[in-house]
Design a protein around this ligand. Structure first.
Ligand code: CAA
Ligand code: NAI
Length: 246
């Protein structure tokens, strides 16, 4: 098992990529804190993992709220004694063309996708420094690196994630903490289900692999970056996008 005995916090774990990661991490021997603001689904997902024989716990947290994040990190530490892995996966979209975009929708996306990552990382890093080791994986996006029509707010937030990743890789490398990002392409989850079908069809044409990605494509990248196999990988942005960004 590639994560035997490790303690992992995964945000946005009630759905999509986070849920797939929680399942794979559980199977690989990790104790998983499923963090999500959707209580009903989050609790259900954690109970399903526990019923499959994995060690898991659900935490209701809005990552945009610093105090909620801090209490969650304190409770995970109290429950399992350490924190080895943080996957900053929670994220939202509020797509519209720039001229139609409400300032409040710009702000909401920044609050979750940027401030949420900042809050979670700031809360776990002291524990990782104390342990002398830790793995932080942030979720960027093809949109944050190349831009995307209708995603001014989201692209800005995911570019910010790249900047924070590289900065923290430089700040905490000497403390034994690896900080990396995954930049997914278009993956079949609820998030992509909101994209008009004609946009999806035109996207598939320009993806060299000629298909959307599956949640496991990303969860396996998270697994690599969370495991000891990636101990010399730091500050990188791993593109998992079927080749759309070449
Ligand atoms: N590329 C080029 N042109 C595009 C385009 C695209 N991807 N999407 C829309 N357009 C064009 C339209 O053809 C249209 O052109 P005309 O004015 O010449 O007719 C113009 O932009 C306006 O488009 P709409 O008529 O669709 O405008 P709307 O206001 O009804 O909707 C929108 C705008 C909400 C942005 C809608 O087009 C949309 O949802 N687009 C998809 C956005 C997208 O790709 N989101 C990704 C979500 S998944 C995700 O975010 C995960 C990730 O990290 C990748
Ligand atoms: P999803 O919408 O299926 O799941 C996101 C989960 O995050 C949901 O369970 C939601 O309740 C939770 N969440 C949202 N805001 C939260 C908050 N403030 N606090 C706590 N939990 C919150 O999305 P998906 O597709 O699984 O995306 C996961 C991550 O991957 C996001 O950061 C997204 O931006 C990113 N991404 C997704 C891509 C895709 O094509 N699906 C492509 C590139 C990046």
């Amino acid at each position: 098992m590639r994560l035997e005995g490790k303690v992992a916090i995964i945000t946005g774990a009630a759905n999509g990529l986070g849920l797939e990661a929680a399942t794979i991490f559980g199977r690989e021997g990790a104790k998983v804190a499923l963090v999500d603001y959707d209580k009903e689904l989050g609790e259900k997902r954690a109970n399903e993992l526990i019923a499959s024989g994995f060690e898991a716990a659900y935490y209701q947290v809005n990552v945009a709220e610093q105090s909620e994040v801090q209490s969650m990190v304190n409770s995970v530490k109290e429950r399992w004694g350490k924190i080895d892995i943080l996957i900053n996966n929670a994220g939202i979209t509020r797509d519209s063309m720039l001229l139609k975009m409400d300032a409040s929708d710009f702000q909401k996306v920044m609050d979750v996708n940027v401030n949420g990552v900042f809050h979670c990382t700031q809360a776990v890093v002291p524990h990782m420094i104390e342990q002398g080791k830790g793995k932080i994986i942030n979720t960027s996006s093809v949109s944050g690196v190349y831009g995307n029509v209708g995603q001014t707010n989201y692209a800005a937030s995911k570019a910010a994630v790249v900047g924070m990743t590289k900065t923290w890789a430089k700040e905490f490398g000497r403390k034994g903490i690896n900080v990396n990002a995954v930049a997914p392409g278009f993956i079949e989850t609820n998030m992509v289900a909101t994209v008009p079908d004609k946009v999806i069809q035109s996207l598939i044409q320009v993806i060299p692999l000629q298909r959307l990605g599956q949640p496991s494509d990303i969860a396996n990248a998270y697994l690599y970056l969370a495991s000891d196999e990636s101990d010399y990988v730091n500050g990188t942005v791993l593109h998992v996008d079927g080749g759309i960004m070449m």
